[in-house]
Design a protein. Structure first.
Length: 233
């Protein structure tokens, strides 16, 4: 294993390389304006394997269509929303205090047609056919974590603050009218999920700096469970 302690990586740019980055440990490192696995072809995506990051930071970085296998991220600061575009996960652990992360099913938002997206969707489906679990977020404290394109059944989670909602349950009639007036955030998230066409979604209570907000998000998830929208666990 190669270990980096307290180093800063600036403007590292990985495009169409099909590279494998493996057997590396990063402790207290900063990634500044770096891009990983920028490609429009599933065959040219890069792979990150057997890598550990502890108390690292991401500044204005982009993570595109990478494959992550046997990766542990323990604490990650983000200066803004860190977006991952059509990534694939196998045995990836996200734990500790983590910033704002959004995982998208689509490979790009710029000049990317449905025809260009289709090979990524096919590759994703085939990849997860052989994966016993994809992500473990059960010990994570997230400022924000939104996930699309990762099968909910393959996500290990903390049922107290992270719930699974299937499309079938989200489409049930009448539950929105029965929500408490304070529960406005989760119906909005579920509405966005229903537009994406994914079969399920894991909802993660954001760890707001205001304790009252966090409690409100958690109670909102519990209410979804009581109404039969979220899985009972």
């Amino acid at each position: 294993m190669t270990t980096y302690d307290g180093q800063k990586f600036f403007k590292l740019y990985d495009r169409d390389s099909g590279a494998v980055f493996q057997d590396v440990v990063f402790n207290n490192c900063v990634f500044d304006n770096c891009v990983l696995s920028l490609t429009r072809s599933p065959e040219l995506r890069s792979t990150v394997r057997n890598v550990q990051l502890t108390n690292c930071a991401s500044v204005n970085c982009g993570i595109k269509c990478a494959i992550f296998e046997e990766v542990t991220v323990d604490g990650l600061k983000t200066n803004d929303l860190l977006i991952l575009w059509a990534p694939l996960f196998k045995h990836v652990i996200l734990k500790g205090k983590t910033g704002q992360i959004k995982i998208n099913a689509v490979a790009s938002s710029v000049n990317f047609s449905s025809e260009m997206q289709r090979p990524f969707d096919v590759a994703r489906s085939r990849f997860y056919e052989t994966v016993d679990w994809a992500l473990d977020i059960s010990e994570g404290q997230f400022t924000l974590l939104e996930m699309r394109g990762v099968p909910g059944r393959l996500v290990r989670r903390n049922p107290a603050t992270q719930v699974l909602v299937t499309r079938e349950k989200a489409l049930l009639p009448g539950w929105r009218e029965r929500l408490s007036p304070e529960n406005t955030y989760w119906p909005m998230v579920i509405g966005s999920f229903l537009q994406d066409g994914e079969p399920d979604i894991v909802l993660v209570a954001p760890k707001s700096k205001r304790k009252g907000n966090y409690a409100l998000y958690v109670e909102g998830l519990n209410e979804l469970r009581r109404l039969g929208v979220a899985e009972p666990d």
